[in-house]
Design a protein around this ligand. Sequence first.
Ligand code: GLN
Length: 318
Amino acid sequence: MLIKMKKSAQLIQSNNDECVMMNKKLDANCNSRISNHEVISMPFSSVSEAISWGAKMLLESIGDASLAERESKWLLESSAVSAGRDPLFLNQPDLTARVSSVFRSHIARRSRGEPLSYVIGEASFRGIDLFVTSDVLIPRPETEQLVDEILKLIPKAAEWQILDQGTGSGAIAIAVALERKLVHVTGIDKSTSAIDIAKKNVKRYGLENRIDIIEADIFPKEGLFDMIIANLPYVPDKVDLPKEISEWEPVLALRGGPTGMEVINRSIELSNKFLKPNGLLIYEIGEEQESGFREHWQNRFEFKKDLNNKIRFMIDRG
Ligand code: GLN
């Protein structure tokens, strides 16, 4: 048995790069021959060997050698964590077969164009570490700014009920709850898989008492709120998106209808029923949508720009 496994491992190792690049084929070919997955990926003999192998594999898709090297290092660290190891363990000269195996599969995913955050399984948002999968958007810098704008509207001592529509990973809800200790946030999303991620993130920050995550379209069955905050889908159906977004991120979180404004308009139309008197609304919107919203809502909203000098936020101060 031992000899057979060794022989298989050698055979696979000799064809290793190709095997990893075509992960499915590797599973079909190799797993059918040997059941012990650990044997498939020969451990790297050192951390530096693993990092330079990963960098070489990533160079073609990333194009920049020093970025490829950095990403390779991050992916090795995240592989150590996924394999149940402390990343500090990487300072030691040997890598286990398990870490090597996870690392090879992470490099293969990244070199097929999957966004780094999905491969690592985490993204950072205003210093908050969030679990992410391709069921939720990777939080954007503009949305970090949306939180700045939201916080400007909430007094420190406010004991408000806030509704976060299209909560996704829970990024906005968590960031707001961490900065305003007396608010209660209801995060709502229609994707069951997004709900699971948001709940995990809320738990990670111990905010279960102050954030409810609810599966529903854009409003709960009932409730009265002081403020509605939202990064709802707003990309028009026919507008092209960069491949890295369109091929990997959830359509449900991006496409807002023929003009892109349909979901946000629906939220505004129904908001009266759910807002307390003088309740506030704030939305992240598309950069081309100011005139459309102005026209539709007769100058009800105030518009603000993001750091790229593009109109991005729309506010009704109640
Ligand atoms: N800003 C996102 C993008 O880059 C869109 C987010 C959204 O539709 N809410 O595509």
